[in-house]
Design a protein around this ligand. Structure first.
Ligand code: PEP
Length: 267
């Protein structure tokens, strides 16, 4: 595929709060983030938070009332729009709450809750149906990496999830390369590994949907990102940002990551 013009893509920092922060803690956290966000980098860096479902309405209200430049994300959704699916949350419900980005196929959903590739594909289509943007999470386990299966795993995950996706939809898609062995472990991929994984994910999107769309789509790296490693991870030409778990829970560590992301590709 042709050389990628990385400067055309706006960087992105997304915080996945997982099952942390009740709605009162969430309100405090976004207020603190609002006070500390480095305003000068925001034209270059889009900043997203993915709180638990029960926090979404409160966070949406605070962001609107205080004009905080954070974009609202969710962590998961069902593939169906309604029905007898106890405990699930449907994409149209998220859209009504002002959610813009939805994580799809996070490794904790895949490995702890048995979400398979077909269910990931259904969730991705549901997000698109309701005019939100899927953040499609892909990545290999440590065992798969040891068996040299990383590329095959990414290919299978991306091909299945994007079957039937149009080129215009793929262009706004966000892919997150998150090696499972790096999530929540304190073991970060090397910048070279992050670039290789993100580049492979982009090539797979090109092969599955469309080359031009794949060059426009943003690809994030995720796995034990902290402020100290953000700039070096984002130095890779195909790494457009970071998906952050643990270090996104506190305003100071999260905003330090945003500042570090803003220092990359600033010219
Ligand atoms: C994640 O939850 O997607 C993640 C990358 O977590 P952590 O930053 O804690 O490794």
């Amino acid at each position: 595929m042709a050389a990628v013009n990385e400067t055309a893509r706006r960087s992105m920092v997304a915080g996945n709060w997982k099952m942390h922060h009740d709605h009162l803690q969430a309100i405090r956290t976004v207020q603190e983030i609002g006070l500390r966000l480095p305003a000068e980098v925001l034209p270059r860096v889009e900043v997203v938070v993915h709180p638990p479902f029960t926090d979404l309405r409160s966070v949406q209200t605070v962001l609107e009332d205080r004009a905080i430049s954070l974009v609202l994300g969710a962590q998961h959704c069902a593939g169906e729009d309604s029905g007898p699916f106890t405990g699930e949350v449907a994409a149209p419900m998220l859209a009504r709450l002002g959610v813009r980005y939805v994580l799809v196929g996070h490794s904790e959903r895949r490995h702890l809750f048995g979400q398979d590739d077909e269910q990931v594909a259904a969730a991705l289509r549901a997000v698109l149906r309701h005019d939100m943007v899927p953040v499609l999470c892909v990545g290999e386990t440590g065992q798969e990496r040891a068996a040299d299966e990383t590329e095959a795993v990414l290919e299978r995950q991306i091909r299945t999830a994007t079957a039937g996706v149009r080129a215009d939809q793929a262009a706004s898609l966000v892919l997150a390369y998150e090696p499972v062995w790096a999530i929540g472990t304190g073991v970060t991929a090397t910048p070279a590994d992050a670039q290789q994984g993100c580049s492979h994910a982009r090539r797979m999107l090109a092969a599955s949907v469309d080359d031009t769309a794949a060059r426009a789509a943003r690809v994030l790296y995720g796995g034990s990102v902290v402020a100290e490693n953000t700039a070096e991870l984002m130095a890779g030409a195909d790494v457009d940002g970071v998906l952050v778990g643990g270090a996104s829970l506190q305003a100071d560590s999260f905003c330090a990551i945003v500042a570090a992301a803003g220092s990359v590709r600033s010219g």
